[in-house]
Write a protein that binds this ligand. Structure first.
Ligand code: NAD
Length: 459
């Protein structure tokens, strides 16, 4: 994949700016119709998109198909734009004076996205941005640039005015070009926490609207009354799905009281039995991690966890690690100290840390000590415990007896703390707020037609 130059970025921005007047003038109903067409063409290429995701990123084909389903769901949510983009009006804010708020596009919007969801994460932004009448520039991860080539082939077939959607490729240099470019009005970022902070500060300094979704360390709390087999299924999917490379991956289990001894044997067995291999093989349950560097980083994190006192309940650095390719088995670190790196730092690999505590209070405290606040789950049959947990836990997305509580397209993806910098989150109605500027008009009219004629007629 050629890396885009600064001149390529300038050309993309110029095209995007030039497209704005024409695209904005296309009726909102027609913009929605184009998205309906896009939905159909993505649906027709579902399997190609999924195979591309697995080939370039490594997750299992089943997981990739689920990702593409979520990608398409984003387009479906954006099709509601004639309803979701509506403004508000209030008559008679003063005598014969009305106030109305309308929503208008922001301008040229860019998104910078990570490697772990090559199909879906770009579509947290693109369909909503163009539905609102903006033009759009996407910068995929340089580790997975291919899947969006397919999406852009389909976008090309929509007969949009030239420049409404644009694709640039590259890494840090092109990102910095986007952040500083005077022709770009809004930036969305998804990636690791340190880069999210750089993007947030630099884009804000340049006066751009910005939302920056960062890393995570998601905890899963298990109470003694949890339904163990279902809990094990939820934890396994959450911790080891996409080889732990999800911002909503559950990477820490917090067991309360006797939940530890009930959970650990079946959890360990299920993790040890995951079939590791090529993600394109339908029987594979745990695909490779994204790169050699990622593998080395994860292996280092496991060693550090053991050095810092964890009990290696399951070691994924087995034969898989020695094979060609970036394979690792599932690892479970038990008895992890709450302040150790295995709990504090995002590992972003198939590594699960386990902390045992005595009470729900301790579990909530453990969760809330994290600097991240993306997702959290609780496994229990107690409604009262769930109510307290939901009320007190400091995270933006909460699962109840669900491992990965990633919101569907119609709700916002709402991380807290270091997992999110900004105000408006991705997708749901937040997307319409992010991709529109509000204009409030206060008006009165003097010619006849106004007045206080009889409205309430006696019958
Ligand atoms: P990353 O931060 O390395 O890269 C993300 C994007 O930033 C890429 O497009 C990359 O080209 C660019 N980039 C990388 N380093 C840069 C730098 N120094 N300056 C400017 N741009 C730079 O993240 P990644 O490894 O691709 O993705 C994994 C991370 O993304 C994890 O931390 C994960 O938790 C996070 N993530 C978060 C969410 C969320 O919703 N909060 C969703 C998915 C992934």
């Amino acid at each position: 994949m050629p890396l885009s130059s600064g001149a390529d970025l300038d050309a993309a921005v110029a095209a995007a700016r030039a497209a704005l007047p024409e695209w904005r003038a296309v009726s909102v109903i027609e913009r929605a119709r184009r998205l309906f067409t896009l939905r159909q063409s993505l649906d027709a290429r579902r399997e190609d998109l999924a195979r591309s995701v697995t080939t370039e990123m490594g997750k299992t084909i089943g997981d990739a198909r689920a990702e593409v389903a979520r990608m398409i769901e984003m387009v479906e949510a954006a099709c509601a734009i004639p309803t979701t983009m509506q403004g508000r009006i209030l008559e008679d804010v003063s005598r014969n004076v009305d106030a109305e708020t309308v929503r208008q596009p922001v301008g040229v919007c860019a998104a910078i996205v990570p490697f772990n969801f090559p199909a879906m994460v770009p579509f947290w932004f693109l369909p909503f941005a163009i539905a609102c009448g903006n033009s759009f520039i996407l910068k995929p991860s340089e580790q997975v640039p291919l899947t969006q080539q397919i999406a852009f082939e389909l976008l090309d077939e929509l007969d949009l005015p030239p420049g409404v959607v644009n694709l640039v490729n590259g890494g840090r240099e092109i990102v910095e070009g986007i952040l500083d470019h005077p022709g770009i009005d809004a930036v969305s970022f998804v990636g690791s926490a340190p880069v999210a902070r750089i993007v947030y500060e630099r884009a804000a300094k340049a006066g751009k609207r910005v939302q920056a979704l960062g890393g995570a360390k998601n905890h899963m709390v298990v109470l003694p009354d949890a339904v163990i087999d279902k809990t094990v299924d939820g934890i396994i999917g959450s911790a080891f799905g996409a080889a732990g490379q999800r911002c909503m991956a559950g990477s820490v289990v917090v067991t309360v009281g006797e939940a530890h001894d009930k959970l650990m044997p079946p959890l360990r067995d299920a993790a040890a039995n995951l079939r590791v291999g090529d993600g394109l093989d339908e029987d594979t349950q745990l695909g490779p991690v994204v790169s050699e560097q990622a593998k080395e980083r994860i292996v280092g994190a496991i060693a550090r966890g053991v050095e810092q006192g964890a009990d290696l309940a399951l070691d994924g650095r087995g034969p898989e690690e020695d094979s060609a390719g970036c394979f690792l088995g599932a690892t479970i670190l038990d008895g992890v100290e709450p302040d150790s790196d295995a709990v504090r730092e995002e590992i972003f690999g198939p590594v699960l840390s386990v902390i045992a505590v005595d009470s729900l209070d301790d579990a909530i405290d453990t969760v809330n000590r994290s600097r991240f606040g993306n997702g959290v789950s609780i496994f229990t049959e107690s409604g009262a415990s769930v109510r307290r947990f939901r009320h007190e836990v400091q995270a933006g997305m909460v699962g109840v007896n669900i491992g990965v509580a990633a919101p569907v397209a119609f709700f916002p993806f709402s991380g807290w703390k270091d997992s999110f910098l900004g105000d408006l989150h991705a997708h749901g109605t937040d997307a319409v707020d992010f991709y529109t500027r509000k204009k409030t008009v206060t008006s009165r009219w003097f010619s006849s037609g106004q007045g206080t004629g009889p409205y309430f007629v006696e019958s």
